[in-house]
Write a protein that binds this ligand. Structure first.
Ligand code: SF4
Length: 479
């Protein structure tokens, strides 16, 4: 299909959905004139930034339909759960939360309860909700969020659970309405899906194969964000640095970063998540040359043993990973590195685990997101056998946390008495009298001073903790 044909289909899809949005909005306004009651919607998001980004679109569509946002179930006319299936405990939590709404639905039969997202791309999860949670009104997946108004309107008139799941990805619909939680920074999805099929991961089955957005659409979106007050963008994708491989033009992730770096008004560029195999020399060069790209890289290594990396289908070795880290540290001195690590993957012995600790000690990550392996039905790893006991896995996990926390703390100590640029996020959640924000390296800084959300201020670090820094705003020539 040509770009023009895609734009035409996109236009038609949006027009149809927008007509439905207007119809629902009109009904809500008519009801308001009769009852004086404003309508509310609550969107509850589980899982990764991609889900947050999808939820912002759902909130955007609901807002145009006339639903204000609420955090209170009792007040809500619509409650949507945007689900994650990466870990088992997120699934269990979801079932608990849906079950807890049964009495509310009895009290308020017009309440619409919906479940969407990754979990709903799995048959067993949909069956479970159909059978055990009959008070759910609608179920839809990850591939048809753009049709939410249509699905929602049907559900408003149906008595049974409406299910609308697409098995295939379809094409990317641009320009959906978005209700962003923050104005000064934004998530920008640049690609969908993943082609890697790591043996433990459910993502390629529920989010489909890699589809990159057209660069022009991404640039246009970021320019619009700037007009709206945005200063920092985080580019999102399950495997963000493989962006562009499916495009019909010669244009990769590094090229995209160059373009975004030249947009006036954008001060900071971040991206996640990167796969080590796609961390090219070209990308490292761009990161070192573009002043707006933050000195932070999230580079999951998952396991240190080459035997386990092979079983995981990660397609790199421990040595290759360490070599790439060496190159990036040389090119960008002071870069903060963060990672994801799985402990207790099937087949992992304590000896294998020592390789994981070895990488942690050698790289010295600023932070690591650590997990004990969680079996996901439908993945190859679910069929693999465990070698060590749950107790041993827990013991190894605790050792990992201890080693990593010490390193995180030591790195943070090096920030003490130095001045860093911080993008102000607003008052701290735990103490409204102090502000909070992040350094370019992604460190959370709580600080005293006078500044507005979205300001870039210089903060002198006075005190450090394992997960955050405390400081005070200083004038640029003060030290
Ligand atoms: S790179 Fe691997 S772990 Fe990451 S989303 Fe793709 S399959 Fe899952």
């Amino acid at each position: 299909m040509t770009r023009r044909e895609i734009e035409h289909i996109n236009h038609e899809v949006l027009k149809k959905q927008n007509d439905i949005i207007q119809r629902i909005k009109q009904n809500n306004e008519n009801e308001y004139h009769k009852t004086g009651r404003i309508k509310y919607a609550r969107v509850i998001t589980y899982g990764c930034q991609q889900n947050n980004s999808d939820s912002e679109k759902l909130k955007g569509m609901l807002k145009l339909m006339g639903y204000n946002q609420t955090e209170d179930n009792e007040e809500a006319d619509v409650i949507l759960f945007n689900t994650c299936c990466v870990r088992e405990n997120a699934e269990l939590k979801l079932y608990g939360n849906i079950g807890a709404l049964k009495n509310l639905k009895k009290k308020k039969p017009d309440l619409i309860i919906g479940v969407c997202g990754c979990m709903m791309q799995q048959k067993h999860a949909v069956e479970m909700i159909k059978e055990k949670y009959r008070h759910v009104d609608l179920i839809f997946g990850t591939h048809n969020i753009y049709r939410f108004p249509e699905i929602f309107e049907k559900a408003l008139h149906e008595k049974y659970t409406l299910i609308d799941i697409l098995d295939t990805e379809g094409f990317i619909v641009e320009n959906l309405p978005v209700e962003r939680d923050e104005k000064h920074k934004a998530w920008v999805t640049i690609m969908y899906g993943c082609n890697n099929f790591c043996s433990y991961c459910i993502v390629p089955y529920v989010r489909g194969r890699e589809r990159s957005r057209n660069p022009e659409d991404i640039i246009k979106e970021i320019k619009n964000l700037v007009q709206d007050g945005c200063r920092e963008v985080t580019l999102l994708g399950q495997n963000v640095n493989s962006y562009g491989k499916d495009l019909k033009i010669e244009f990769d992730f590094a090229d995209l970063l160059y373009k975004i770096n030249s947009i006036d008004g954008i001060e900071r560029i971040r991206f996640m998540t990167s796969h080590p195999k796609d961390l090219s020399n070209k990308l490292i060069k761009v990161m070192s040359e573009c002043s707006k790209i933050c000195e932070h890289l999230h580079l999951p290594f998952q396991a240190g043993s080459n035997k386990i990396l092979k079983l995981m289908n990660r397609v790199y070795t421990k040595e290759e990973y360490l070599e790439k880290v060496k190159r990036i540290k040389e090119a960008i001195p002071g870069i903060a590195l963060t990672t994801d690590i799985i402990v207790g993957f099937p087949g992992e012995t304590t000896e294998d685990f020592e390789d994981t600790l070895d990488i942690v000690r050698k790289v010295r990550f600023d932070q690591a997101f650590t997990f004990i392996y969680s079996k996901r039905e439908g993945t190859p790893a679910a069929e693999m056998m465990d070698i060590i006991s749950e107790e041993e896995k827990q013991y190894n996990f605790n050792r990992l946390i201890e080693v990593q926390n010490k390193i995180s703390r030591e790195i943070n100590e090096s920030y003490k008495d130095n001045i860093y640029e911080v993008l102000v996020d607003g008052p701290s959640k735990t103490n409204k009298n102090i502000l909070t924000g992040r350094t370019r390296t992604g460190k959370v800084v709580n600080f005293k001073g006078d500044a507005n959300i979205g300001d870039l201020v210089n903060v002198k670090i006075k005190e450090v903790h394992t997960w955050s820094l405390n400081g005070e705003v200083v004038m640029s020539n003060q030290s």
